[in-house]
Design a protein around this ligand. Structure first.
Ligand code: SAM
Length: 329
């Protein structure tokens, strides 16, 4: 099949698939303390529906698949889906983003099903501050989940993602940098984006990757490592060779020009940008018996409308039509 290319000439190689909008955490920068209705069960794509769409995308050259949510590990039988996707022709890189709280039980079946890469979100190594940000007292379980993941050499790299919020993260930086030095984890700081359900985000709340890098370099000099052109992260190794750190800077250093990603929500909507205001429904045609050729045409049509860039720092910026946990981060 022809590759999937948008109107700006960017070839789509990566899809993030949300397998559920449900989450067992309530991170302040993502979800409200309470509320936020879950999707009705029949609105959520089945494993077979996800498999069919990912198979079609893979045939068009989308070889990188990341499962996310909500919290993907709360979706029942997730290893079954991993097995189905791992077996698809053309899926080269199958990974998962999780809060890690159920990983102690699930790492083994996920690896057995074919998972080869994992990102665990972790914003603080202090029990009190972890609970403050996630509204859950679960730090030990997340660290236990990471330790379990570490037992499987097939599952590499293990990345630890921290959302950087001004006034909170500065104090966490030394311990998180130290984690990258003492454990086989690549720790990555991600700039806070206006995707929180509470709509509390202000530009001043963004602690930039540059600022965090300066904090780390006060103690440990860093050396930049070349990254793939489509990579969202700038990569650095510690000059003394002790580990790797990354910075995902969508606000201070947008990488839209090299964006090769699309997203599929749990209810079967295709999104061509995190900040899209428009979504393309695939569930209804899927359930109405659309042929592969019809679905392919829909996918190509949606991708042709992929946004040139997000407009976070521009005057008149309008927020995305859904918040992060509903989109799939
Ligand atoms: N529950 C899983 C997890 O915790 O990784 C997967 C879904 S979560 C929405 C995916 C990632 O988005 C997490 O690393 C989370 O920290 C990040 N995230 C959520 N809200 C964000 C925001 N407003 N700005 C930047 N990153 C955010």
């Amino acid at each position: 099949m022809e590759p999937l290319v948008d109107s700006w000439g960017r070839e789509i190689r990566s899809v993030r698939v949300s397998v559920t909008d449900k989450c067992n955490f309530r991170c302040r920068y993502c979800m409200p303390a309470e509320g936020l209705d879950w999707l009705p069960r029949n609105e959520v794509l089945s494993f077979e529906e996800i498999e069919r769409l990912v198979g079609l995308l893979a045939a068009m050259g989308v070889d990188e698949v990341r499962l996310t949510g909500g919290e993907p590990l709360v979706r029942r039988e997730l290893p079954v889906l991993i097995g189905k996707l791992a077996a698809l022709d053309g899926v080269r890189d199958l990974s998962l983003t999780t809060n890690g709280v159920l990983l102690d039980r699930l790492a083994a079946p996920l690896v057995a099903a074919g998972l080869r890469r994992i990102n665990v979100s972790l914003d603080s190594l202090s029990h009190v501050r972890f609970a403050e940000i996630t509204r859950r007292d679960a730090l030990d379980r997340v660290l236990g989940g990471l330790a379990e993941a570490e037992r499987y050499p097939e599952l590499r790299p293990i990345k630890v993602n921290c959302v950087a919020v001004r006034g909170f993260t500065e104090a966490e930086v030394p311990a998180l940098a130290e984690l990258a030095r003492r454990k086989p984890y690549v720790v990555r700081f991600i700039e806070f984006m206006p995707l929180d359900a509470d709509e509390a985000w202000r530009e001043d709340d963004v602690l930039s990757g540059g600022e965090i890098r300066a904090l780390i370099e006060e103690r440990w000099p860093l050396v930049e490592v070349p990254a793939k052109a489509s990579s969202t992260a700038r990569r650095f190794r510690f000059a003394d060779g002790a580990g790797e750190i990354g910075f995902v800077n969508p606000v201070s250093e947008p990488f839209c020009s090299a964006c090769d990603r699309i997203r599929l929500t749990a209810d079967g909507k295709l999104r061509t940008c995190l900040f899209s205001r428009r979504e393309w429904d695939l569930k209804e045609p899927l359930r109405a018996g659309a042929s592969d050729a019809e679905l392919e045409a829909l996918l190509r049509h949606a991708v042709a409308h992929k946004e040139l860039k997000h407009k976070i720092s521009e005057p008149g910026f309008v927020r995305a039509s859904r918040s992060m946990s509903q989109i799939g981060g």
